[in-house]
Ligand binder design. Structure first.
Ligand code: NI
Length: 177
């Protein structure tokens, strides 16, 4: 296992589109996923994309456990998603607060599709095909944006809704990532 440094906004590698994974069940892919998992877990992240640890491949992981301290935050099943394709189900969008391990200590209000279908593969090459909504849909869109070289601040409509977590949410116990 290895915890990798997470690239931060400003690093040009975060702006590059990622390449599809061509082979499954390889030592390289397994190692990448282990590193991503170790890194995300060590930082208490909700998700991580391969380019955030400097690997230019279409791999994302995400997952949020139900936390009694945050009853409003829905649980999202832990998922490894390779070569994802996202398809909005309809035109409905919704604004919600997001943070990112590559933009530490900040939050922004970001519009996302409320409901979407995502397809791709797990780490063994087995097909994944889900229709999800709300927070699950938001997390997937955020992570898959990384694979297109897009960071969430680039999607904020009104930059007054972008700032340091501690200033935006004073007194609230929100993770500083
Ligand atoms: Ni992110």
């Amino acid at each position: 296992m290895a915890i990798k440094p997470v690239l931060r906004m400003g690093d040009p590698r975060l702006l590059e589109p990622s390449h599809p994974v061509k082979k499954f069940r390889t030592a390289e892919l397994n190692e990448l996923i282990t590193d991503m998992n170790d890194t995300m877990t060590s930082l208490n992240g909700a998700g991580l994309a391969a380019p955030q640890i400097g690997v230019n491949l279409q791999v994302v992981i995400f997952g949020v456990e139900q936390n009694p301290r945050y009853p409003d935050a829905e649980a999202v099943p832990f998922t490894i998603l390779v070569n994802p394709q996202l398809t909005p189900v309809d035109d409905e969008t919704e604004e919600g607060w997001e943070g990112c391990l590559s933009v530490p200590g900040m939050r922004g209000l970001v519009p996302r599709h409320k409901k979407l279908r995502y397809q791709g593969f797990d780490e063994k090459g087995k097909k994944i095909d889900r229709i999800v909504s709300d927070f699950h849909a938001r997390v997937v869109q955020h992570e898959c944006d990384h694979l297109a070289g897009i960071l969430y601040p680039m999607r904020i409509r009104d930059l007054r809704n972008f700032g340091f977590t501690a200033e935006l949410f004073p007194g609230e116990d929100i993770a500083e990532d």
